[in-house]
Write a protein that binds this ligand. Structure first.
Ligand code: ATP
Length: 480
């Protein structure tokens, strides 16, 4: 198990990681998510003893990495696939790492086979493609057959077959009881690979929970309802009935309606009562990408001047007028419904019809769409997954890391409530971390070293380099 307690890292006046506490448990793939510059690599470097924390600590199996007995046999990592001696062949690169750690040469050939590089084992790695380099880095991480594995963006540059292979590899490693900690920006891939998520923003913990809980906590489940394409008036009629009954209704591009706030049986009954035939009525959950975007948007440092939400925005039906952004406020029209506990009220009835009405006023007045006038916020989740236990009270917010930090209110965007963008310069304190709703399982046994009660190894100077592609990155701190 990896355990961070109050982990903080400052580079001069830059706070890269602040007061981070989490556990990464064996037997699961734990995804490590966060926007660019949020501190993921810094955290991984501290886990691997490549950077010293300014304060706090991080241990693997109860030991700081540098004091871990026989660390290269217990921990493998891929931090930077390019950190190899390009003049060496793949095999020689792995062989040199193996020799440093007392790993037998036959293991080199084994891992070359595992990552599919056996045919190019004698080729110099400087001629490798990005994906081949990633495979070599993964081979290095696997070399010591470690119980704990860290991967920083392992699928970067891999082809679809390679991505599938990495996904299956991570899952297989976790299924063997290993601790697998993997960072990625590919949400669709994380949704398929990870069991648990640790999400950070601006160096601070935003969420520590299962993937399922994360999506539920940051989006509402919804229903898709479709009426016969040939009779558009039925769609209008149903939308009005659903809104009247307290539902929140959004048009989808293909003519269907996206409905939150009403359970499926109720939608069916309302359609029946209104004399509207249905071509589709199906339950849906927002994607991890939608939930992640919703959660982290207040903690994004590097944002394109182009509309970064374009692909997530609610598409408008033909002829509908797009919502008009309120100057100085966020873009209306988030695609993912807000989570129920955020009191999401995506739509209120627009005067003048479903797509008409005044531009959003930032308080819930719609620019388009259907909805119940004055629908109660916090409408129950329509698709009735078991409600998670009440979240424990959020811990007191830590002081902002930099003196200039300006607090930004917890972002609770709804489809109509627009958020004020973060102040351009001031690093904002991210929202209070979400805790896993379910009680954390008891901590499984720690790494073999700790479990066996082995005495800590000598100090840092004696710690052998890990047989990992992290090893060559041991440049002096602050050199970047
Ligand atoms: N050696 C260093 N010296 C100064 N600042 C650093 C150093 N290393 C990291 N930082 C800063 O710390 C912050 C966190 O960087 P880090 O690389 O950990 O983020 P990240 O989450 O891994 O980002 P990405 O997703 O883009 O890889 C950034 O603002 C970065 O510029």
């Amino acid at each position: 198990m990896i355990e961070a307690v109050g982990l903080t890292k400052r580079y001069g006046d830059k706070t890269a990681v602040y007061n981070l506490s989490f556990q990464v448990r064996p037997g699961a793939v734990t995804g490590f998510l966060g926007p660019n510059g949020s501190g993921k690599s810094t955290t991984m470097r501290m886990i691997l003893g490549l950077d010293n924390p300014t304060s706090g600590s991080v241990t693997i199996g109860g030991y700081p990495y540098r004091k871990l007995p026989n660390a290269p046999r217990q921990v493998g990592a891929l931090l930077d696939a390019k950190a190899v001696h390009g003049g060496r062949s793949a095999r020689n690169h792995l062989l040199s790492l193996a020799q440093l750690s007392g790993i037998p040469a036959r293991r080199v050939d084994e891992v070359l086979g595992v990552v599919g590089l056996q045919d190019v084992a004698k080729k110099r790695s400087k001629g490798f493609s990005l994906g081949m380099g990633q495979r070599l880095g993964i081979a290095a991480a696997l070399l010591g057959d470690p119980q704990v594995l860290l991967f920083d963006e392992p699928v970067n540059g891999l082809d679809p077959e390679g991505i599938l292979w990495v996904r299956n590899l991570m899952k297989a490693l976790a299924a063997e009881g290993r601790t697998v900690f993997v960072s990625s920006h590919l949400m669709s891939e994380m949704a398929l690979t990870a069991d648990h998520l640790i999400v950070i923003g601006r160096g601070q913990l935003l969420a520590d929970m299962s993937v399922t809980d994360f999506i539920s906590a940051n989006s509402a489940d919804f229903a898709r309802v479709r009426t016969p394409d040939t009779e558009p008036q039925l769609r209008e009629k149903l939308a009005a009935a659903l809104a009247e009954a307290g539902g929140h209704v959004l048009p989808e591009q293909d003519g269907a309606l996206r409905v939150t706030g009403l359970p499926l049986p109720r939608i069916s009954d309302l359609a029946h009562d209104a004399g509207v035939r249905l071509w589709e009525l199906s339950p849906h959950q927002a994607s991890l990408e939608e939930a992640y975007m919703r959660m982290t948007q207040a903690a994004v440092d590097y944002r394109s001047t182009a509309d970064q939400k374009a692909g997530l925005q609610q598409p408008l039906p033909p002829g509908a007028q797009p919502p008009v952004p309120v100057p100085g406020q966020g873009q209306p029209g988030w695609y993912a419904p807000p989570p129920p506990q955020q009191g999401g009220q995506p739509f209120a009835m627009a005067p003048g019809g479903p797509y008409g009405g005044a531009p959003g006023n930032g308080q819930g007045a719609p620019a388009h769409g259907y909805g119940a006038a004055g629908a109660a916020p916090g409408t129950a989740n329509p698709y009735a997954q078991p409600a998670p236990p009440a979240q424990p009270a959020a811990p007191a917010q830590p002081a902002a890391p930099a003196p200039s930090a300006a607090p930004v209110p917890q972002d609770q965007p709804t489809l109509l409530t627009k958020k004020a963008p973060a102040a351009p310069q001031a690093p904002a304190a991210p929202p209070a971390p979400q805790q896993a709703p379910a009680a954390a399982p008891p901590a499984p046994p720690t790494s073999p070293a700790a479990a066996s009660g082995a005495a800590p190894a000598p100090g840092p100077a004696d710690a052998p380099a890990a047989p990992v592609s992290a090893a060559p990155t041991t440049q002096p701190e602050d050199a970047r």
